[in-house]
Write a protein that binds this ligand. Structure first.
Ligand code: FES
Ligand code: FE
Length: 433
């Protein structure tokens, strides 16, 4: 086994703590994971017209996502080829060209170098502009409005990368005609990005305890759902683990759901019901992680990218989706409910962030690193169900299979010499996990 596979013991469900604080691990992640996986960039509704752009991050790299004159969405590094300066400082906007603030090189919407001050007089016509465009993100593709990009030309197509996770993402993306609410909310936490990611991939367990006070205070509210969040054994749902480390827990709708609530209006839409089908219609909400760092909550309609800044610093970029055909008052209700839930002022987010920071801090001690973390809840009891109602699933919501599978995939990406190797390694779950 490679170096990183030794830090994740999938038989015993153990994960070594140094992977959350070590500088060398972090540098390898930027190349092996953020340089290789499909990463979420933006929602198509954020770049609807020619010349529209948003400025985002892929790992630690600043990237421009832009709709060209030809209507095609491209992404390229926001770094001038002359001295590397950022050619665009704005978060979003509409442009015809990007002019570098340092010496004035300019690039068109396809990243092509189109203007060089003094091209004739100073460069003597020697500079071949066709060779000095902005570095393109190797592949850009969309899934139901979500734009992803990968730096790796050898990465499999997006559809294949998402695989069975698409069935889970549809729990959100088929709820209506979703668009991004303008304004990305950002905040940073003194934590490793993986602790936030694994929580999203499958930690229903913590909700009973961490979010107890928020739930007792009456939150979440407003979506017509009154699941008993506080009782062990009362949660009913399922867990999905998929290839390449994506995963989630999903809760079934409780029996006492108020389907007449305004925020449950989408559930009554026959078109939505048809798209989701009889099995998925009964999902209350799912917390998901698209590996490596896109958190999705299908209830509050949140998309949160956990951007790595350093081993011990993570900046979250959060976008809320609403149904553009919903009544404006319902849209406002949904945004309010979502903001009470997640984001820097959200009751759940504040609970979670404190935990992620303390776990990170405790991982940095030379003494504490001798003690690996336990990700083994339910290990050996996760019967994989393959009944045709869904991709392979486990009919329990309270376990750590999705989290452990995320670390399994993490170790495989970290050790794999190339995508070819990874494509052989990954498979659907079967038997008992
Ligand atoms: Fe961009 Fe010199 S760094 S023009
Ligand atoms: Fe939480």
């Amino acid at each position: 086994p490679g170096r990183y596979s030794q830090l994740v013991d999938t038989q015993k469900g153990l994960v070594r703590r140094e992977i959350f604080v070590d500088e060398e691990v972090f540098r390898d992640e930027l190349r092996q994971i953020f340089g290789r996986c499909w990463l979420y960039l933006a929602h198509e509704s954020q770049v609807p017209a020619k010349g529209d752009y948003v400025n985002v991050f892929m790992g630690t790299e600043s990237v421009l996502v832009c709709m060209g004159r030809d209507g095609k969405i491209r992404a390229f590094l926001n770094s001038c080829r002359h001295r590397g300066n950022r050619v665009c400082r704005a978060d979003r906007g509409n442009a015809s060209t990007f002019v570098c603030p340092y010496h004035g090189w300019s690039y068109d919407l396809a990243g092509k170098l189109v203007g060089v001050p003094g091209a004739k007089e100073l460069y003597h016509g020697d500079l071949d502009r066709s060779q000095w465009g902005l570095a393109p993100v190797a592949q850009v593709a969309s899934y139901k409005g979500l734009i992803f990009g990968t730096f790796d030309p050898e990465a499999p197509p997006l559809e294949e990368y998402l695989g069975d996770m698409r069935w889970g993402l549809d729990l959100l993306l088929d709820q209506g005609d979703l668009v991004a609410v303008p304004g990305t909310i950002r905040w940073s936490m003194a934590c490793n990005w993986k602790l936030a990611a694994d929580n999203g991939a499958g930690d229903t367990y913590h909700a009973l305890w961490t979010h107890r006070s928020a739930v007792l205070a009456g939150h979440p509210e407003g979506d017509g759902v009154t699941n008993d969040e506080l009782a062990i054994g009362k949660h009913r749902g399922f867990t999905m683990v998929t290839g390449y480390g994506h995963g989630y827990n999903a809760d079934w709708l409780a029996e006492n759901v108020d389907m007449g609530s305004p925020l449950a209006a989408w559930r009554r839409n026959p078109d939505v019901q048809r798209k989701l089908g009889p099995f998925r219609q009964n999902v209350h909400r799912a917390n998901q992680n698209v590996f490596p760092n896109l958190f999705v909550n299908t209830g509050s309609r949140d998309l949160m990218v956990r951007n790595p800044i350093s081993p011990t610093k993570t900046e979250t970029w959060r976008t809320i989706l609403v149904d553009k055909n919903a009544d404006p008052e319902i849209q406002r209700m949904q945004i309010r409910a979502s903001n009470r839930h997640f984001g820097p002022g959200g009751m759940f987010e504040q609970d979670d962030g404190e935990n992620f920071e303390q776990c990170t801090s405790a991982a940095s001690g030379a003494f504490s690193q001798a003690y690996p973390l336990h990700y083994g809840m339910g290990l050996g009891h996760g019967q994989v169900v393959n009944d045709g109602n869904s991709p392979p699933r486990i009919d329990s919501v309270m376990n750590e299979h999705a989290q452990l599978w995320m670390y399994r995939a993490w170790a495989e990406f970290m050790d794999a010499p190339s995508w070819k190797h990874l494509r052989q390694e990954h498979s659907r779950p079967e038997g008992v996990l």
